[in-house]
Design a protein around this ligand. Sequence first.
Ligand SMILES: Cc1cc2nc3c(=O)[nH]c(=O)nc-3n(C[C@H](O)[C@H](O)[C@H](O)COP(=O)(O)OP(=O)(O)OC[C@H]3O[C@@H](n4cnc5c(N)ncnc54)[C@H](O)[C@@H]3O)c2cc1C
Length: 410
Amino acid sequence: MAVPTAAESTRCCIVGGGPAGMVLGLLLARAGVPVTVLEKHGDFLRDFRGDTVHPSTLAILDELGLRERFEQLPQHRVDHLAAIVGGRAQPIVDFRGLHPYGYLALVPQWDFLDMLADAGRKLPAFDLRMRHTATGLIEEGARVDGVHVQSPDGDYDLRADLVVACDGRHSTLRRAAGLEARAYGAPMDVLWFRLPRSDSDPQDTFGIVDRGHMMVMLNRSDYWQIAFLVPKGSDAGLRAGSVGALRESVAQLAPFLADRKTAIESWAGISTLSVQVDRLERWHKPGLLLIGDAAHAMSPIGGVGINLAIQDAVAAANALAQPLRGGGAIDESLLAAIQRRREWPVKVVQRVQMAMQKRLISRVLEVAGEPPRVPAALRFLLRFRAVRHIPARLFGYGLRQEHVRTGRDG
Ligand SMILES: Cc1cc2nc3c(=O)[nH]c(=O)nc-3n(C[C@H](O)[C@H](O)[C@H](O)COP(=O)(O)OP(=O)(O)OC[C@H]3O[C@@H](n4cnc5c(N)ncnc54)[C@H](O)[C@@H]3O)c2cc1C
């Protein structure tokens, strides 16, 4: 990559090398559109990020010819999910029997992004710039015309016919554009940490729900990745004390972990996800589109964040590849059409997540509440695999599933 010295230009500037930005960059470059992807970090190594690759994303990887490469990444397949509610096992979600993918894959996000970056670097139109941070928008009248960039080689301006903000839930460009997100609230935050696995542990990935506590245990082969839910805003107070109470809660919820509870050494090894559910009213301005978490932060329920970000990217590439290959400005009506296409599936999933947050998670986290139990009627219905397919379809395949319609160089 040439060292930037002055103002530069590109056809499409993508800010953020997360799942949305990398997939959009790859698809556009593959279709022959010159793209520059700016990523503020020097690598993709971020622990405890979205690692759940759902069937909707597996389909995209197949369509991109990346499936074989993906299979070589370290991963663990999950084909069903159960919850232990008040000490009683309850099957909840079943991917088995769904076509064409009867499972979801747990894959470290950095491996996944490295794979996309490698595929992109083989394309002449793809320019990925690590440690390049977009600090603000260049605007000409009402139109966004590029971004100001900070890089190790100095600051510069990058002009672009279209800027796509894929810079995540704390989006700098969203703020710079003055676009407001509507926040829907969440009753919980999530503590993420690891504990070693032993051969005698359960094989499944599952959730445990008991009075005052809820945790999800993802089987990552040699370790458990644990999501422990705590009431919203309680993180600072918890961190002011010792990790002893957390160790005890974990051992109480999953007694087979009692022999390893001291592997939770200190708060330093525990990451907090401040859960946020929000959505922009308007995902665009002339010359600017926002997708992925920058347009809609999702609750972690269902592990849909990466997958929806990728669906947005595919929809955006399908709509934009051809006009971007031609000359001239991109009409804002095209950007509005992308929002219209993607807003409905996002809205429906957010509504389901919020209902679950209100009816299930809020109640469980109330220590003084009733011991949790699955209502008998629901328990009866969940005996049928077809019923357990419903959440697998909603979260795994998604509504209005996107497919790659852009070719190689057209
Ligand atoms: C702790 C945690 C656990 C999660 N667990 C799951 C899960 O299990 N399953 C799931 O599907 N989702 C999960 N998510 C959510 C998921 O990671 C996101 O929904 C998904 O990554 C969104 O993709 P994105 O590309 O829109 O944004 P991000 O992945 O947030 O990517 C944004 C990128 O932009 C870069 N960036 C930001 N600002 C700038 C700038 N100014 N200039 C240049 N680059 C910039 C960032 O470094 C980052 O690489 C989790 C999130 C967190 C934080």
